[in-house]
Design a protein around this ligand. Sequence first.
Ligand SMILES: [Zn+2]
Length: 395
Amino acid sequence: MPNEGSKLAKKYNSTAEYRMVSLKKSYKVKTYWLLVAGLMLFLNGNGQDYVSNYRLSKVVIDAGHGGHDPGATSKNLQEKNVTLAVALKLGKLIETNCPDVEVIYTRQTDIFVPLDERTQIANKAEADLFISIHVNANPSSKPTGAETYIMGLSKSVSNLDVAMRENAVITYEKDYTSKYEGYDPNSAESFIIFSLMQNAYLDQSSDFAALIQKTFSDNAQRKDRGVRQAGFLVLWKTSMPSVLIELGFLSNPEEEKFLRSDEGHNVLASAIFNAFKSYRVQKEQTSRFVTKQQNAEEAKPETAIIPDSCLRFQIQIFATSRLLKPNAADFKTYNNVSILKAGNVYKYTVGNKSTYKEILSLIVEVKKQFPNSFVIAVKNGNQIPLDIAIKQATN
Ligand SMILES: [Zn+2]
């Protein structure tokens, strides 16, 4: 009914506004603390230290379904048992290999946990990552393969079907209409309005999802069905990067055999673990790089008039795939080296000037120690073509 729809839309709009306001607030608070931290570093004369403001130290693993909710079923298999087996194995791998990461489970036994409680566990713990594990099913026995979902509007009917099926578990919960703000698991309209709610951590979620799909296909020989978007209730209110994995189809006899086996569980858990490791390195190193760049700027405040405050000229002394410490011997007498990460390569630079003329006055000196060094231009943390930068700087 149309008026039902607009009522829902109003409800969701106000929630969205509320979330925007609280996001802005927390952004302001974070910016304040970043400035304080930066100032303290500057006063300590510690500007060239690697200080990261991001550590992935807490992960929540959510085994889908459980207890009186079996999830999808086939003749020989219940989804809830596969999700629990893989979740426990994944947790064990993280605990053993990354002892500095705390693993929190939404369930470790065959019990029923409401969807909103799963989200609350993650939010209360202030986790850095939320991994929800599920198994797919289809009326046809043909489809096979793994897919990873992030929150968002479904682009295909099949995504919508998967999410609506997974969301329908709330009917096992008594007061689901009030708990999920009027979400009706049987109404496509309600589902679409709800799917418009975007998770604030969409980029990170999407990066992690892509890594999972890559390891599924590279290490676990799963058919890659890609990263997809749909409105999953369990991802909706998570306040951290979050993904929902559909490991495979228990409706396909071949894949069901794999999903039933201990070997299959091991392969799937270790593929997710490898993606987790890569994601962690990726995010922690990016953070280190950003902080490093900021420190370099704070340690040497510029007094010159800067035509474009985001555009900087630097001298690249060398590039390598290794991440070096700030005091590495490779830098010779330079102790204020910046890093620019491009793919798998770290570019090390010295000097940080707002005009091409200023950087040219430095390069003669730098070339004495690094004969192959050259000028590069950096804008908003990314390298841009030098000729374009020179034009922009003189305009
Ligand atoms: Zn499921």
